[in-house]
Design a protein around this ligand. Structure first.
Ligand code: NAD
Ligand code: GLY
Length: 376
């Protein structure tokens, strides 16, 4: 947690983390009740000249916090439009993007107008993609409402839609002008979605911050109960780590790949279960345990740390059972991962809690053994 002083400020239940990307720099504001005063935060991020904001959301999220958000934007002098898209991964499609482009064109949305993504990662990725492409790019703001979106997908400017042949294959890098996080909205989140986000928080500790990993272990009850101080601290530290990594490697040519810890096998699990059975965070949780087993088998992680990693992943509850899955299909699916380079599958492997390396030479025998263990 030492980085806090360097990268951000925390006042009571509010924390601000800067993403220092030069002319694309922006603030991540984490504050209870932030959605109720989002208008002034958006005004500060966009400036006095901005006139209109289109809220992109879905019906479920909009019914929870859409009106509060829209009222606050209007009070800050914005004209507000609302565009609701479908819910779920299938809504992250080119067809949905086309509907959104039409919506903006029909309303004569201009280059200086902005989009506000109010929802989970699906809404955020989609709204960001539309913002990146409409008139070659308009400003957008992320107001993430799932834990996964608050600590991961809303930060860093990766935007995408899915293609029928694979997830997130069509996209662009486009940084938001601000990320505005209200941890209170997480109280509406189904418990399983919350847990799925917690696995990504555990991931940050394992890849880069042993102190965070230890703190999550010690405070897991406060975190599971969404105690305000614990949640603000957790979200802020995860955002700080993401901001550091993205600032060092915005376009994922090196360091940013560490964020994919657990994702090689995780994505394979999502693919073989047709994106229906597991939440993304749950698949990553299995993937993290599997990668730790691979690392142990390669002799780069000791057994004690491998057990520690497994314990941290299991701490927030039992993962859905997957022991009926075919190990061969999972292994075959790793070859379709976006991280495959020159035919070699890349794995992010822990060397201890708080540190990972990238390897593309994992022998098939080792991978097979780790996948079998994972399915046990
Ligand atoms: P999601 O957006 O599908 O949200 C999960 C469910 O929770 C949805 O049904 C949604 O309507 C609902 N919901 C959202 N906020 C709620 C709230 N406060 N209360 C009650 N229900 C609420 O899923 P997600 O896990 O947020 O995001 C997953 C997506 O994020 C995937 O498409 C993934 O590819 C993407 N992603 C992107 C990045 C990135 O860097 N851009 C990183 C990680 C994941
Ligand atoms: N979620 C991975 C990344 O943003 O790079």
């Amino acid at each position: 947690m030492k980085q806090r002083e360097k990268h951000g400020k925390t006042h009571g239940m509010k924390s601000v983390v800067r993403v220092p990307l030069g002319e694309r720099a922006y603030d991540i504001t984490i504050a209870e009740g932030a959605l109720g005063r989002i208008g002034s935060l958006v005004r500060a991020a966009l400036g006095d000249a901005a006139r209109r904001v289109a809220i992109f959301s879905n019906a479920r999220v909009y019914s929870l916090c859409g009106h509060t958000t829209a009222s606050s934007l209007r009070a800050a002098g914005f004209g507000v439009d609302e565009h609701l898209m479908g819910d779920g991964e299938r809504a992250k499609s080119l067809r949905t993007a086309e509907r959104a482009w039409s919506y903006l064109i029909e309303r004569r949305f201009e280059r200086g107008d902005a989009i506000l993504a109010l929802g989970g990662g699906v809404v955020g990725d989609m709204a960001g993609f539309v913002a990146a492409t409409y008139q070659r790019g308009v400003p957008y703001i992320q107001a993430p409402t799932t834990l996964l979106a608050q600590i991961d997908s809303s930060v860093g400017g990766k935007t995408a839609v899915n293609h029928s042949l694979g997830k997130n294959l069509i996209g662009a890098f486009h940084q938001p002008r601000a990320v505005i996080i209200d941890p209170l909205i997480l109280h509406c989140l189904p418990a399983r979605e919350f847990r799925a986000g917690l696995y990504e928080a555990v991931k940050y500790g394992i890849i880069r911050d042993a102190e965070l990993a230890g703190w999550i272990d010690r405070e897991h009850e406060a975190i599971a109960a969404m105690e305000p101080a614990a949640m603000t601290r957790l979200i802020a530290r995860c955002c700080e780590i993401k901001a550091e990594v993205v600032t060092a490697d915005e376009r994922e040519s090196g360091l940013r790949q560490i964020l994919n810890y657990g994702h090689t096998v995780g994505h394979a699990l999502e693919a073989v279960t047709h994106y229906r059975r597991l939440k993304h965070g749950e698949a990553v949780a299995y993937g993290m345990k599997c990668a730790a087993r691979i690392a142990e088998a390669l002799g780069i992680l000791n057994e004690e740390d491998r057990r520690k990693i497994a314990r941290s992943v299991d701490m927030f509850g039992v993962l859905p059972k997957i022991n009926d899955l075919d190990p061969g299909a999972i292994i075959a699916a790793t070859a379709y991962d976006k991280k495959v380079s020159r035919g070699k599958v890349k794995f992010i492997l822990p060397t201890q809690v708080g540190s990972v390396i990238t390897r593309d030479d994992v022998p098939m025998k080792v991978l097979r053994g780790a996948v079998r263990e994972m399915l046990r």
